[in-house]
Design a protein around this ligand. Structure first.
Ligand code: SAH
Length: 349
């Protein structure tokens, strides 16, 4: 049965009307789901018994089960969740000085095959539904409710390529963004993509207030193609053409993510190429210390190289930060917890 978290307010109105209900009921149900955050239809006490029964016959609520939770000293918390079909996904909560953000998974596994990433080791299995995306936020929000805190920001930066699951990700955003629901502002939501150029343009047309982050990781086509096969589909020229289009439409500052990998993309020559590539954009560069993945040969850059790379960008007027690592002691990086649990499971089989 379909989870009711799959419906944004508009679609819930349509669905309830089809079930013979007045459209305003959808607002009441929405409020129970997202403001009062109940766990069952029986708790929706201002609805008639008949309507509650009808809801129970047609929908389920929570479809995710907690398999494992790990919390680090800095309050980063990682939830390993199991979907109804047994698929495992990871959701991460992070505390910042500006609030709490949740990093959601958009696909079970990933087909993009970036060489440095742990998610690719698991291959792509399927897209998550909009309801499974919303459910991840609700799972974490209900946990935060115990501390009377609220999810203020969302990053679609977990396992998967969100722009290969575009319609579901957009429905998810419409749902959490709704002011009758969680009311998380578009400007507090960031989608990260490895660079699916045509979808970036579509996104610019439809969701121009949502932030966009691009996983760049290399300053030229030769290197980028080596470590990110997506570059053979959409090279840097096509990617940047789409990004200029996005900036024209949205006027928003872009984020470039650049993982620093020892001896691969962390030289001063590469910093120079990176400056050339991004200097004409309204953007900042997030330099991210690479998180080691046991199964592949890449290692994090040396701190002195990271510092030199950062200084070079700064001196050439590229806005950038070296992002602090959060929760590395809990396998918080990119598919690592899930990969580790799957390894244990298959060892047991
Ligand atoms: N598919 C999307 C979102 C998921 S990956 C994208 O590519 O943007 C989220 C970010 O983590 C990406 O920038 C990705 O390149 C990066 N990443 C993957 N593996 C990593 C690792 N081992 N250490 C640090 N960052 C990693």
């Amino acid at each position: 049965m379909k989870s009711i978290y799959n419906y944004d307010l508009k679609n819930l109105e349509i669905k309830l009307t089809k079930l013979g209900e007045k459209p305003f009921r959808a607002k009441q149900v929405f409020s129970w789901l997202y403001e009062k955050r109940v766990d069952s239809f029986d708790e929706m006490t201002n609805l008639s018994f008949d309507l509650r029964e009808k809801l129970k016959e047609n929908f389920v609520l929570n479809t995710l089960k907690l398999v494992k939770q790990q919390t680090a000293a800095d309050e980063t918390s990682k939830y390993l969740l199991e979907c109804e079909d047994g698929a495992l996904i990871e959701t991460v909560l992070m505390k910042h000085d500006y609030g709490y953000s949740v990093c959601v998974t958009s696909q079970v596994g990933c087909a993009m095959g970036c060489k440095f990433c742990a998610s690719g080791l698991l291959k792509a299995k399927r897209n998550l539904s909009a309801g499974e995306l919303v459910n991840q936020i609700m799972f974490v929000q209900k946990d935060l409710d115990k501390r009377e805190k609220r999810v203020s920001h969302i990053v679609v930066m977990g396992i998967g390529e969100p722009f290969m699951n575009y319609p579901n990700v957009m429905e998810f955003i419409a749902c959490v963004n709704n002011d009758k629901g969680l009311n998380i502002g578009a400007r507090h939501i960031t989608i990260s993509t490895c660079g699916i150029a045509p979808v970036i343009k579509r996104f610019a047309d439809e969701m121009s207030q949502v932030n966009l982050a691009i996983s760049l990781h290399a300053p030229n086509d030769a290197l980028r193609s080596q470590i990110m096969p997506v570059n053979d589909m959409f090279n840097l020229e096509e990617l940047f053409e789409a990004l200029h289009y996005y900036q024209k439409k949205s006027n928003r500052r872009l984020t470039f993510e650049y993982i620093l990998i020892d001896g691969v993309n962390d030289t001063l020559q590469q910093a120079k190429e990176l400056v050339e590539l991004v200097k004409s954009m309204n953007a900042y560069v997030n330099l991210i210390p690479y998180n080691e993945v046991e199964e592949n040969p890449f290692r994090p850059t040396q701190p002195k190289n990271a510092a030199a790379f950062y200084d070079y960008l700064k001196r050439h007027n590229v806005q950038c930060v070296i992002r602090r690592e959060k929760g590395s002691e809990i396998d918080a990086a990119c598919g690592q917890l899930r990969a580790n649990v799957e390894k244990q499971r298959s060892a047991r089989r």
